[in-house]
Design a binder for this molecule. Structure first.
Ligand code: SF4
Length: 245
């Protein structure tokens, strides 16, 4: 336990060093007003704190072997984006391109997601892009032959995603596809009987965060005619964010 804590502290210190800090950028709350260790005091939930927490989490995952998906993967796909994002997009699992590049949604389906995010940015008037949101998956290693991740694999990996969501604390989540929606919803319906067609378009809550289930971008590689449905879901997400401001 003590070694774990020391390891995590070391990781965070290394993170700050990489960012160019030579002293810890924290405020001392000792009652001595205005005392800081340097000129960059941070609030508890600043973007840099979140980045440090995500960095420490990635270090904790390490060369994870907690489930069988580790056997066939090339890389762990942790997730990427803005640690202070208002919107998180959560898919199911890395595919072949993601496994090779260690990045989520970089293949053909990734292009569709990137385009959706860009269009949402334009529609919102703030022109946010892929770099301004956070993208992750339910499991961080590629399932063999792109199968759905199994229940035990989801159970092993989900705590990492839960902590990412807790750190980022987005205003809203878009769950991409059946597995992501079913998992975040905590649905008791067996996955095989869960219908994303029925679930999409209706918000549910995950630990107080509104979640919009919608189709996985890969679905549109074969069903382009349904794209407007996801755009309707995306507009509802933007409206919910606007209302929360
Ligand atoms: S899928 Fe998650 S739990 Fe399984 S080996 Fe990869 S990182 Fe670990």
């Amino acid at each position: 336990m003590v070694n774990d804590i020391a390891g995590n502290i070391r990781t965070v210190l290394e993170f700050y060093k990489e960012l160019g800090f030579d002293r810890l950028p924290i405020e001392i709350s000792s009652g001595v007003q205005g005392t800081t260790l340097n000129s960059k005091p941070l609030t508890q939930n600043s973007s840099i704190d979140k980045e440090a927490a995500l960095y420490a989490l990635r270090a904790e995952i390490g060369d994870c072997r907690r489930c069988k998906l580790s056997n066939g993967r090339t890389n762990i796909v942790f997730g990427e984006g803005n640690a202070n994002a208002s919107i998180m997009f959560i898919g199911e699992a890395p595919g072949e391109d993601e496994d090779i590049q260690a990045r989520p949604f970089v293949g053909e389906a990734g292009e569709i997601l990137t385009s959706l995010i860009g269009n949402m940015g334009k529609a919102s008037g703030s022109n946010f892009t892929r770099e301004d949101v956070y993208i992750a998956n339910i499991v961080k290693c590629r399932p063999p032959a792109n199968q759905d991740p199994r229940e035990d694999e989801i159970a092993a990996c989900l705590p990492f995603l839960e902590r990412q969501i807790e750190i980022i604390a987005p205003g809203v989540i878009m769950a991409l596809g059946k597995t992501a929606s079913h998992t975040l919803m905590g649905s008791e319906t067996p996955l095989a009987k869960f219908s994303i067609v029925k679930a999409r378009g209706h918000f549910f809550e995950y630990k107080g965060i509104p979640v919009m289930p919608t189709f996985h971008p890969a679905y549109f590689l074969r069903n382009r005619k349904d794209k407007p449905l996801t755009w309707t879901d995306a507009q509802a997400v933007l409206k919910r964010l606007e209302e929360a401001r």
